[in-house]
Design a binder for this molecule. Structure first.
Ligand code: NAP
Ligand code: F7E
Length: 338
């Protein structure tokens, strides 16, 4: 009989952690999830939503705890999703971002290596389109791919670039199976309320239900390549099933401005002109902005057979529908929404 596959997920309480937990459980994996902090407010919600997850207390900044996590879970696959992931927050907390988002990856890779699991455990590192920065468009119109130049524009982007290169370095130096997914923005019902798409859909639902009269945002011109998180975690899993470790862009190949997102989201509740409902405040603007991101997922499509299923209007609709259900008491918040 085949041995049950075991997966260790860091960042299990986040958006992608929730989608990935569902996917791996459906595939019959035994799932181990890392929870940080002595009284993590999301722990109870995680236990309620995913009672089958084996919770391990550990922190990406504490290598002893990561070694213990590896020894306890003996994973075939490690998904490193844990990070300070909010770009705006990273400007206000740059050292913390470097400790967790950059050095935390080194701590984890070393934990895999020193526990003697470098040959058996495959590692996924959550890299990001924020490493490109939106400035050095060396393939204008075609979108960034795995060969494009990096020019990160935030402490988050810089930390992720270190993480990306140390992951590649461990692959080259020690022959470890470390795959990196350069993922463009992906959203959905589990998206944290601090990110712009979810902030908008939640406000649209509240305005529709008469619970709020406006939403305050930062800059509205930036463009992003927005996909659905459920599609993207499938790509992460596919990267670890491939016969060799590699780097893959996951994206939709389309880019849309925040203004376009606003038009579709307000349109869902019959509001044609969103302007009277949107205020702007410099509090939500960043010292350096990434103006435009557009990805080229053709390598992942060709090599892995990855396809995204949810399109941009479908993404906006499912988020607005979910927020209306949530705010009318017809749905419960998932772990990452808390
Ligand atoms: P998210 O919702 O912000 O989740 C981040 C997770 O990291 C949370 O579970 C958080 O735990 C955990 N974490 C934070 N500090 C930690 C620490 N010191 N030790 C261990 N865990 C820690 O992020 P996401 O959207 O799911 O993204 C998953 C990963 O993909 C992140 O690395 C992100 O940077 C990257 N990424 C995301 C996107 C996107 O569009 N979503 C695109 C490209 C790359 P707590 O609950 O305890 O805070
Ligand atoms: O901002 C603008 C903001 O915070 C998108 C993370 O998952 O994707 C995400 O990073 C855009 C930016 O996502 C508000 O200035 C305007 O131009 O939703 P966001 P992000 O910065 O693109 C990448 C790929 C990751 O890797 C990250 O982990 O929207 N914006 N007004 C605003 N953004 C926020 N958060 N809040 C506003 O009020």
């Amino acid at each position: 009989m085949n041995e049950t596959r075991r997966a260790l997920i860091t960042g299990i309480t986040g958006q992608d952690g929730g989608h990935l937990t569902e996917l791996l459980h459906e595939k019959g994996y035994e799932v181990f999830g890392l929870i940080r902090g002595q009284r993590n407010a999301r722990k109870e919600a995680l236990e309620a939503e995913f009672p089958y997850v084996n919770i391990i207390e550990a922190d990406l900044t504490d290598q002893t705890s990561l070694i213990q996590a590896m020894l306890t879970s003996q994973p075939h696959e490690v998904y490193n999703l844990g990070a300070i992931s909010h770009v705006g927050y990273s400007f206000r907390n740059p050292q913390l971002t470097a400790d967790i988002t950059a050095k935390g990856v080194l701590n984890l890779l070393e934990a895999v290596r020193v526990t003697g699991m470098a040959d058996t455990a495959r590692v996924y590192q959550a890299s990001t389109s924020e490493m490109f920065g939106g400035l050095d468009y060396n393939r204008p119109g075609a979108g960034y791919n795995e060969e494009s130049l990096f020019h990160p524009r935030s402490p988050y982007g810089v930390a992720k670039l270190y993480a990306h290169w140390i992951a590649r370095n461990y692959r080259e130096s020690y022959g470890m199976f470390v795959a990196t997914g350069i993922l463009f923005n992906h959203e959905g019902e589990r998206r944290g309320l601090e990110f712009v798409t979810r902030k908008i859909t939640n406000a649209v639902a509240a305005i529709h239900l008469g619970q709020q009269d406006h939403v305050t945002l930062g800059d509205l011109w930036p463009k992003r390549d927005w996909g659905y998180a459920g599609d993207y975690v499938r790509g992460m899993w596919q990267m670890l099933q491939h016969d060799q470790p590699d780097d893959f862009v996951l994206a939709t190949g389309e880019t849309h401005s925040i203004e376009e997102f606003l038009t579709l989201a307000f349109g869902q509740v019959g509001i044609d002109d969103w302007r009277p409902y949107v205020k702007q405040d410099p509090e939500f603007m960043r010292p350096a902005e990434v103006d435009i991101l557009l990805g080229d997922p053709s390598k992942a499509e060709r090599v892995l057979g990855w396809r995204r299923e949810v399109d941009f209007p479908g993404l906006v609709k499912r988020m607005v529908d979910h927020d209306i259900a949530l705010l009318s008491g017809r749905a419960q918040p998932r772990v990452a929404e808390r």
